[in-house]
Design a protein around this ligand. Structure first.
Ligand code: F6R
Length: 607
């Protein structure tokens, strides 16, 4: 995924580049690097691991220069080490890259045959050599970059700088986002508006196939044929302040605790409190006119979508086709023109989700996007945007974005039910009332943290965990397992409780904790039967339920976490909190890097 930045400025740029990279670290943190040109001389500093290592390097060996490029890496080709860290140099060319050059192997062979040597295992280095070869063959820098870009296949956002020219950076985009920032006698390039927020609030997004010539005080954008193109500048909503952890140990902890507030904030965008109805949506999606809804997303956002399938089908009688985006995009699903598709994404940049969106758009569907980052590519390409107002989510493991996505999806379900007349106005009001109560109940759930921490202490000693749930608690079980494995590295699986006997029950023994998410709902007794099956085989049950469920479960548990009573409709939003806290505290006991777990990145802009 990687984050890239470039500055053609007036002051020494190295500290500014590092500041911008701090805001991009969510895109990857395997290594980082910056390069500058100072009076014609080009130099770089790179370091393996987190940005802090690069900062140390720069303290020991500062870099001068008022023009520079920077990079924070999420490894695709080649291990995370200094040699593979960007910027990559070739001759007079320096390059930073986000994405994957798909034809890199063929280009690499061609360049090796032409005498070029590779000092990294990255796909990026071929681009540096290609541009450099063009210059060797007599092309001027801009022409050299353009010629090289035409040879590339795949996904890329690039910034290219040249030794001897301290007034030129070339940017290019095909897939991953790239924006030009407009300064006063200074210009910037960055993977997103947040990276550029301290410098400028006016940005121009490049579109796929665009490349830009950026100089101090001016820039021009071209298509791949070299024709000038106009892209309208926009005011960005990125915050200039780096979000901090406050009194919390980790961003994830802070973000879990912010949920009552951000859910309330999100709901207030959709609910008319005076009438207790869902506000009319200024959207092109007419829920009364569609026969089917397609939903696609990745990871946690996909689980939010999966929970909403139960809601849309149950309350709005609207059939939902849902798939993870990496499958959806290649599944060639038949779509009816005029039907609607919803895409759920915190970042609004996830490559597979974006590709699925474009597939549906080409099929003539109306596109809705539930996104947390306004101005993101998915938001910009959708016909209707339904924002989650979770604020910046920094912890790699998604928490508050998930519950805000659920809140928006719940509101959309009620709107659809109202339009399709599958719920009476009175029934809608009752459900809206339930939603309004969510922030208050969510704060009560956070008071259970001590008990959850005790359970987490036990979980930190095991190798495998099974999560079970039925109905909307089945996707939540999968979300619980995902959360646990991604930050604690404990292997976990989420299963539909009724599916246990078809295979996974073979795993149950006294060493296997089984976390059952089972509020006292319409299907509670069925889940109790599945718990009996686990208990009969010596499995240790951790039950997350409500008072009635605790009273009626009749199964011996290792621990029962009792949540306040909530209407069944909103239960998945509330039950998400103990699931997140369990994963968080287990990871803290394990001593892992909670906010930046190994091998992951916050924004996944590669396939
Ligand atoms: C897990 C997590 C990921 C994301 C997924 C989609 O905690 O955060 O599974 O949910 O990568 O990302 P977005 O929502 O940005 O499209």
């Amino acid at each position: 995924m990687c984050g890239i930045v470039g500055i053609v400025g007036k002051e020494p740029v190295a500290p500014l580049l590092v500041d911008a990279l701090k805001r991009l670290e969510y895109r990857g943190y395997d290594s980082a690097g910056v390069a500058t040109v100072d009076h014609g001389h080009m130099d770089r500093r790179r370091a393996e691991g987190k940005l802090i290592n690069l900062e140390k390097r720069l303290k020991e060996e500062p870099l001068a220069g008022t023009i520079g490029i920077g990079h924070t890496r999420w490894a695709t080709h080649g291990v995370p080490n200094e040699a593979n860290a960007h910027p990559h140099f070739s001759g007079d060319v320096a390059i930073v890259h986000n994405g994957i050059i798909e034809n890199f192997w063929e280009l690499r062979e061609e360049l090796i045959a032409d005498g070029y040597q590779f000092s990294s295992q990255t796909d990026t280095e071929v681009v540096a050599h290609l541009v450099s070869r063009e210059i060797r063959n007599g092309a001027a820098p801009v022409e050299a970059a353009h010629n090289a870009l035409k040879r590339l296949r795949g996904a890329f956002a690039l910034a290219i700088m040249f030794r001897g020219d301290d007034n030129l950076i070339i940017g290019a985009r095909n897939g991953p986002p790239l924006a030009v920032g407009h300064g006063d006698g200074e210009m910037y390039l960055g993977s997103d508006a947040i990276a550029l927020a301290p410098f400028t609030d006016t940005i121009t997004y490049l579109e796929d196939g665009d490349w830009a010539v950026v100089r101090r005080g001016e820039f021009a954008i071209y298509d791949m044929d070299g024709n000038p193109v106009h892209r309208a500048p926009q005011k960005s909503v990125g915050t200039a302040f780096l979000v901090d952890k406050g009194n919390h140990r980790h961003f994830m902890e802070k973000e879990i605790h912010e949920q009552p507030e951000v859910i309330a904030h999100t709901l207030s965008n959709y609910i008319d409190f005076s009438t207790m109805t869902i506000k009319p949506l200024k959207s092109k999606i007419d829920f009364s006119a569609i026969n089917r809804l397609a939903i696609s997303a990745c990871g946690t956002a996909y689980y939010a979508g999966l929970i909403s399938k139960y809601w849309f089908e149950r309350f709005a009688r609207l059939p939902v086709d849902i798939d993870i985006a990496s499958e959806f995009r290649y599944r060639e699903m038949p779509m009816a023109k005029g039907d609607a598709a919803l895409f759920v994404s915190q970042s609004g940049e996830t490559a597979d989700t974006l590709a699925s969106l474009r597939y549906c758009k080409n099929q003539g569907m109306t596109i809705g996007a539930i996104v947390n980052v306004r101005g993101s590519t998915i938001a910009r390409e959708a016909d209707a945007v339904f924002p989650t107002l979770a604020g910046p989510e920094i912890g790699v493991a998604s928490t508050k974005a998930f519950t805000c996505q659920l809140s928006v999806l719940a509101a959309l379900t009620l709107r659809a039910a109202e339009k399709r007349k599958t719920l009476s106005p009175e029934q809608v009001r009752v459900h809206v009332q339930a939603l309004i109560e969510v922030p208050r109940i969510a704060s009560q759930v956070l008071h259970l943290e001590d008990q959850i921490t005790r359970v987490a202490r036990e979980l930190a000693n095991v190798k495998h965990v099974l999560y079970l749930g039925r109905d909307t608690n089945f996707p939540l079980a999968m979300e619980g397992a995902l959360k646990l494995k991604e930050i604690s590295y404990i292997h976990a699986e989420g299963y539909a409780a009724g599916e246990l006997k078809h295979g996974p029950i073979a795993l149950i023994d006294e060493n296997m904790p089984v976390i059952v998410i089972a509020p006292h709902d319409h299907i509670f007794e069925k889940t109790v039967s599945n718990m009996q099956e686990v208990a009969a085989r010596g499995g240790k049950i951790i039950l997350i339920t409500d008072e009635k469920g605790a009273r009626l479960s009749t199964v011996e548990t290792m621990e029962t976490i009792v949540l306040p009573d909530v209407p069944e409709f909103v239960a998945p939003i509330i039950y998400a909190l103990p699931v997140q806290l369990l994963a968080y505290h287990t990871a803290v006991f394990m001593g892992t890097d909670v906010d930046q777990p190994r091998n992951l990145a916050k924004s996944v802009t590669v396939e």
